[in-house]
Design a binder for this molecule. Sequence first.
Ligand code: FES
Ligand code: FE2
Length: 343
Amino acid sequence: MKTPLPPAHCTFEPDDWLRLARCWHPVARLCDVGPAPMKAVLLDEQLVIYRIGEQIVAAKDVCPHRGVPLTLGFHDEHGIICPYHGLRFGADGRCNRIPSSPDQPVPAKLNLLSFPVEVRFGLVWVCLAPDEENPAPLPEMPHWEDAGFQQINCPPFDVAGFAGRQVEGFLDVAHFAWVHTDTFADASNQTVPPYNPVETDYGFAVDYWSSVSNYAAGSGQQAPEGFQWLRHFEMHLPFTATLTVHFPDTARLVIMNAASPVSARKTRMFAPVARNFDLHIPVEEVEAFNHRVFEEDRLMVETQMPERLPLDLTLEAHIPADRSSIAYRRGLKKQGYGEFFLV
Ligand code: FES
Ligand SMILES: [Fe+2]
């Protein structure tokens, strides 16, 4: 198979682009995809996404006839329709109508350039450059399918920053007392007890024990005196992490931070959530709370310099609380990633 080329005006260094294009990335929530052409951008590639029957199609947003974006077009029950000459594309991205020659057969090769799609955790995942010999695994999410757990899919959250910086922020436990004091953390609880990332097949896992509560500020809820909170992180390189928060008794909250690299400087963050408590609280409240937490992180992620994540550990200073961040950078480096950005 031919090695796919990065799109024009690609913001990634070509080797990093290809390595990232071999992986699965989320591009939309399943609930947002309908029969109308929907736009998404992944790794600088412009995509059109639509639903036809039970099938989700993700393809290059370029009509194979004269190159007009399908996302400017329309749809009917048989597919999406290009706005220029009305060619219609249905299942598997195949053309099924040429309005200017309705009596002639449609050439079998008249297809959109489509990509493999998987639906997991209420998200549509796309792989731009599948490696048939060595297919990339999809991330897993603890408890998503378990009985008693509610599945919530927060609206996507756009960040004007690099996915690697955003993910590193999600793994960072030293910023709670500084950035998240309006939502859950305590400004006076600043110490980070030691913790140790353990390498896994897809990245690493971390058990982080501390006294930082995860109850919403102002909720009046409190854990028993001396309660130690376990936050279990699982990093699936390059950009998907899950956090399972162990509340008192058997209450669990799982948040997936699936950062989709729109470009080297833009990220669309998807956040499926699963929980087995407070099921009477409207999901909108959970979504609003998560939104506030991610909003608190925004200023940091969008202003960090350099914009890319320096994988050479000598380029930034590290403190003992950074074990996850160091494991993250080492993991990316081990997978062969370089500098991520062209400039
Ligand atoms: S450019 Fe799409 S139908 Fe002609
Ligand atoms: Fe944060």
